[in-house]
Design a protein around this ligand. Sequence first.
Ligand SMILES: Cc1cc2nc3c(=O)[nH]c(=O)nc-3n(C[C@H](O)[C@H](O)[C@H](O)COP(=O)(O)OP(=O)(O)OC[C@H]3O[C@@H](n4cnc5c(N)ncnc54)[C@H](O)[C@@H]3O)c2cc1C
Ligand code: FES
Length: 259
Amino acid sequence: MAISRNWAQSPIVARHQTADNHVELILKSPELATAVPGQFAHVLTPGMLRRPISFSRIDEHHGEVGLLFQVVGSGTKWLSQRLVGDVLDILGPLGHGFPPPDPHKPWVLVGGGVGVPPLYCAAQVWLKDVAQQPSAIIGARTAKWLLMADDFATLGIPVALSTDDGSAGREGTIIEPLEEWLGTHGDAQVYACGPMPMLQAVSHITKGKAISFLALEQRMGCGIGACLACVVPTQGNLGIAYRRVCTEGPVFRAEELMW
Ligand SMILES: Cc1cc2nc3c(=O)[nH]c(=O)nc-3n(C[C@H](O)[C@H](O)[C@H](O)COP(=O)(O)OP(=O)(O)OC[C@H]3O[C@@H](n4cnc5c(N)ncnc54)[C@H](O)[C@@H]3O)c2cc1C
Ligand code: FES
């Protein structure tokens, strides 16, 4: 897929407080709505710094996209205070997103914390193209930070929940429910996004059992391949190489990544 680097002035058309300390902004932007799930928007915040946020939903027909984020620092705090009618300065869609699922194979969407939005986006965009409905397994530290469970349910997708403290769903991580799912689904496709230790565990338990696509949310600088702030070690036919998450990722096949 070719990488397009639009520069979009995108008005906010809706704003939702989705969970404690999390906000979703819906933007009008036909340019960004050409994105594929797993790609991201690089949003200008004060001080000329940009912040990468994955698309949480894409509506190409109406030219709208969603960005769902947790407020963790100055950039996301500023972003959370934007209102309907404000215009965001965005570079995007950036990076290589998820490949579409093989329509005849089982697939599962595995998200942890703020890794859930790009997986919901994958379901929302590709559900109509597949013969097999996906399953979703989503986790968070605690119940108030579980994201988009209702959105998956609205699409008719079965959702297994887990929280570290047991305040919703099963106590623990997403790993146990994923192991159970893999036990009943052969020749499967796993789509995952979340913290690095979670992705490492997903990579480990899916090895030899499923094809896994992992979206990394690495710290970034420029977002367009110039500064090398985001490189990760990978391995392939040509040996070990450092690759840029912003342009060659953020989605990689699990076996490419070195932990
Ligand atoms: C490709 C990509 C997609 C992303 N998608 C989303 C998304 O959909 N929703 C969402 O909430 N966040 C997402 N993030 C993370 C988001 O970019 C950061 O949380 C944001 O840039 C923090 O900016 P800030 O100015 O608010 O915080 P800062 O002041 O920059 O940082 C505050 C704290 O957050 C930590 N932090 C900042 N960036 C990251 C990161 N990438 N990973 C882990 N810790 C970080 C810092 O170390 C610090 O402790 C994504 C990151 C990448 C690279
Ligand atoms: S963020 Fe600059 S090269 Fe990736």
